[in-house]
Design a protein around this ligand. Structure first.
Ligand code: NAP
Length: 338
C-alpha cells in the first residue's frame, strides 16, 4: 500500500524577503509497508505552524544553522521536506508507542503527510478540550516562548512596565496577555491600526502604537512610558535596570546588515540586561506552562488569536505574509479536516 504525498519545498536557497514563487509543490509516493517495517510513524498532517525563523534555515548560510546546536535550526536544502511544529493523526506506525488514529503533536512537515523517524519529537496529544489548533499556537511553541521569555528571562515584578514589539504577532500578543495578568503596565507596538485596536480593545494592553506611523522608537517609548521601569523591549529607550528578552529579530532575517541594537552606552549607564533565548531550553517548564495557560483560557482571562489559512497550497503565501505583517496572531495552515 502506498499514499501519494504533496509537500511544499524550496526552489532555491533564499536571501531576502520570501516570495510565493520561491516555493514549489512536489509529489512523492510513501510506502506504508516500509513504515510498518521500521520504527517510523506516518502522520496525516492537520495543522502546521508557519514561523519566521524558518527563513534562516532556508538561506544557503546563516549563523543560526550552526550556532544553536539544535536540529530545529538546521539548514533546509532545495527540494527537501520542510519540518515544522504541528498536529496530525497517525495513519500507520512501526513504532509501538503509537497506533493508527492517535492524535499527535510534534515535528511534522509542510506536506499532507509526514514520516516521523524514531527518536524525533512526537507525542500523543490530549487536546484538553481546546481546538487542536491551540496546540500549534497558544498551547504550543509560540505560547511557550512567550511564557519562558516573560517569566524566566524577564523575571518580572508586579507593577513593572513592559514593552512588547511585534505585539499582535503570535508570541507578542501572548507576552502582553501574561504581563497584564501578572499586574504589569503593558504597551505594545504593531504594524497597523487594526492590530493596535486588537491590542487595546480585545487583549487589554494599556496602550499600543503603530510603529510604521511613529517611526522614532525612542520618542515613542518615552511618550508611552513617561517614567518608571520597563521590561521586554527589542530596541528601546529604557530606564535603569531594564531587562530585555530577545526571542527573535525578524527585520534582520531578511535585511542583511540591519541591526536591531540599542546604543551600547545606554546599556552600560542604565545597567540593562539583554538576553537572547530559545524556548526549547526551558522544556522542563512545559507542563507548568500548559497548566497555567489552559486555566487562563478556560476562565476567559486569556484569548487565543489565530490566523488560519486553508490548504497546503496556501503555505507559500502564509509564510511570505509573515514578513509583510499580513498575519494577526498565530499563523497556521490547516491541511486536512480534524
Ligand atoms: N527564541 C525562540 O525560541 C522563538 C520561538 C518562536 C518565535 N521566535 C521568534 O519570535 C519572533 C516572533 O515570531 P512569531 O511566530 O510570533 O511571528 P509573528 O509575530 O506572528 O509574525 C511576524 C510579525 O513580525 C512583524 N514583522 C514582519 N517583518 C518585520 C520587519 N521587517 N520589521 C518589524 N516587524 C516585522 C509583522 O508584524 P507587524 O505587522 O506588527 O509588523 C509580522 O506579523 C520571530 O522573530 C521568531 O523568529 C523565537
Amino acid at each position: 500500500m502506498e499514499v501519494i504525498n504533496k509537500l511544499v519545498t524550496l526552489k532555491a536557497h533564499m536571501d531576502g524577503s520570501p516570495q510565493e514563487s520561491d516555493f514549489v509543490i512536489k509529489t512523492e509516493t510513501l510506502s506504508l509497508s516500509a513504515v510498518l517495517e521500521s520504527k517510523d510513524v506516518l502522520v496525516k498532517n492537520i495543522y502546521v505552524s508557519i514561523d519566521p525563523y524558518q527563513i534562516n534555515r532556508m538561506k544557503s548560510l546563516c549563523s543560526s544553522q550552526t550556532a544553536s546546536g539544535s536540529s530545529y535550526a538546521a539548514g533546509i536544502a532545495p527540494g527537501q521536506a520542510i519540518d515544522t511544529h504541528g498536529v496530525g493523526r497517525v495513519v500507520v506506525s512501526g513504532n509501538p508507542d503509537f497506533k493508527k488514529d492517535d492524535l499527535v503533536v510534534g515535528r511534522i512537515g509542510w506536506g499532507e503527510y509526514s514520516i516521523v523517524k524514531e527518536g524525533a519529537n512526537l507525542d500523543k496529544l490530549n487536546p484538553l478540550g481546546f481546538p487542536y489548533s491551540y496546540h500549534v499556537g497558544i498551547l504550543g511553541v509560540s505560547g511557550f516562548t512567550a511564557y519562558a521569555g516573560f517569566y524566566e528571562i524577564c523575571q518580572p515584578k508586579k507593577g513593572e512596565r513592559v514593552f512588547v514589539s511585534a505585539a499582535a504577532g503570535s508570541v507578542g500578543n501572548i507576552v502582553g496577555q501574561y504581563a497584564k495578568l501578572f499586574g504589569c503596565y503593558v504597551v505594545g507596538c504593531a504594524g497597523s491600526q487594526e492590530k493596535v485596536d486588537l491590542l487595546k480593545n480585545k487583549l487589554g494592553f494599556d496602550d499600543a502604537f503603530n510603529y510604521k506611523e511613529e517611526t522614532d522608537l525612542k520618542a515613542a517609548v518615552a511618550k508611552y512610558f513617561p517614567d518608571g521601569e520597563m521590561l521586554e523591549a527589542a530596541v528601546a529607550n529604557m530606564n535603569q535596570f531594564g531587562r530585555v528578552a530577545v526571542c527573535g529579530v525578524i527585520a534582520e532575517y531578511t535585511e542583511k546588515g540591519k541591526r536591531a541594537a540599542p546604543d551600547m552606552i545606554d546599556i552600560v549607564y542604565k545597567r540593562i540586561t539583554i538576553r537572547g533565548f530559545l524556548a526549547g531550553d526551558y522544556m522542563s517548564q512545559f507542563p507548568e506552562f500548559i497548566s497555567a495557560t489552559s486555566d487562563h483560557l478556560k476562565t476567559g482571562r486569556m484569548h487565543s488569536i489565530e490566523d488560519i489559512s486553508q490548504g497546503l497550497e496556501s503555505i507559500p503565501s502564509a509564510f511570505a505574509g509573515l514578513f509583510r505583517g499580513d498575519n494577526v496572531g498565530k499563523k497556521i495552515v490547516q491541511i486536512a479536516d480534524e
